[in-house]
Design a protein around this ligand. Structure first.
Ligand code: NAD
Ligand code: LMR
Length: 328
């Protein structure tokens, strides 16, 4: 966010659960940092406008020094006009027993028009993260409708999976989460994802020496990959606070850099690690000079290869499905 002191942040689905958890953190400066004033544009469908308007009243009541203005609208053109940051949350969450693929048709249709509105009105430094599921493929759809915006500005959220992996590993090892580095989520934000500890360290020690393969394969990987379903089962609805927190982490790191720490980001593949170019797939990444860089040169063993390929196959199938639906 080059020398900008005022940024326009658009949140879609702002009247929903994650929207509500996000707005106060954005307005307090946790999304972009303490030196950037924020203008918030809240996009909703008509049925969700009351929720967004109520949140706007509460934002005023919180008197955040960094909050410049709040606009609530059901017009994508108004919401994305001049946007520097877009958090695309608005879409239907899955309920108990549903898979993310069930959301493809229902939610995919939202992201074409929003991509077009971003293309028409967003600022030249726009950064987009898609949270609404199926997040990777929704980001693919949005990017396909925004030919004038560089592809790499469209990302999808796998930071929640990354944080889940870090949290679970930290608990297993009895260390603070901040001691963990080098964790990767590969592939789709779905149960096929590959949470990879091959390069993970805990306070500088190789995690492979601290946990056994059986725990990694039988407990860690399935627990992380199915954590979304576990949360739905326990709470009765999908994750909210952790999803909002991961969205803040993702965008904060993207804008401010992350000092070489390793995180996970779903971004358009440049062909790295055998992931077909253009698919929006999760990679290990660092944030340098305002851009995500895929961590290069990692050895991928046979187990990892098979897991990454399976998740990437699912992404390719989702792309075929949305092509067949005429969404891209
Ligand atoms: P929610 O139902 O509480 O809120 C969604 C909001 O989106 C609603 O207020 C709805 O009116 C609004 N909306 C629907 N269509 C819209 C459109 N075209 N434009 C603008 N707003 C629109 O749901 P939630 O719990 O906030 O979850 C939102 C999405 O985030 C879901 O798809 C959920 O599955 C997903 N999610 C993703 C992750 C992730 O890690 N990627 C994590 C948790 C949840
Ligand atoms: C999550 O991972 O918690 C979300 O994507 C919600 C879901 O449907 O799993």
């Amino acid at each position: 966010m080059t020398a900008t002191t005022l940024a326009t942040v658009t949140v879609t689905g702002a009247g929903g659960q994650i929207g509500y958890a996000l707005l106060f953190r954005i307005a307090s400066g946790q999304l972009l940092g303490p030196n950037i004033r924020v203008r918030l544009n809240l996009l909703e469908i008509p049925a969700g406008l009351a929720g967004a308007e109520g949140a706007a009243l509460e934002l005023q009541d919180a008197a955040f020094p960094l909050l410049d203005a709040v606009t609530v609208t059901d017009s994508a053109a108004t919401a994305f006009d001049g946007a520097n940051v877009a958090l695309l949350v608005g879409s239907r969450p899955r309920g108990p027993g549903m898979e993310r693929a069930d959301l493809l048709a229902a939610n995919g249709a939202i992201f074409g028009p929003q991509g077009a509105a971003l293309n028409a009105g967003a600022a030249s430094d726009i950064r987009v993260v898609v949270v609404g599921n199926p997040a990777n493929t929704n980001a693919l759809i949005a990017a396909a409708h925004a030919p004038d915006i560089p592809r790499e500005r469209f990302t999808a959220l796998t930071r929640l999976d990354h944080n889940r992996a870090v949290g679970l590993l930290a608990a297993k090892l009895g260390v603070p989460a901040g001691d963990i580095d080098g964790v990767t989520i590969w592939g789709n934000h779905s149960a096929t994802q590959y949470p990879d500890l091959s390069y993970a360290t805990a306070a500088g020690r190789e995690v492979r020496e601290l946990v056994d393969d059986e725990w990694v394969r039988e407990e860690f990987i399935p627990r992380v990959a199915n954590r979304g379903a576990e949360i739905i089962e326990v709470r009765g609805s999908s994750s909210v606070g952790s999803a909002a927190s991961a969205t803040i982490d993702h965008m904060y790191d993207w804008v401010n850099g992350n000092r070489g720490r390793w995180t996970s980001v779903a971004l358009p593949s440049d062909g790295s690690y055998g992931v077909p170019e253009g698919l929006i797939s999760s990679f290990p990444a660092t944030s340098v000079d305002g851009a995500w860089r895929i961590v290069p040169g990692l050895d991928i063993d046979a187990f990892a290869r098979q897991r990454i390929d399976a998740s990437v196959r699912e992404l390719a199938t989702e792309r075929e499905q949305v092509q067949a639906l005429g969404l891209i």
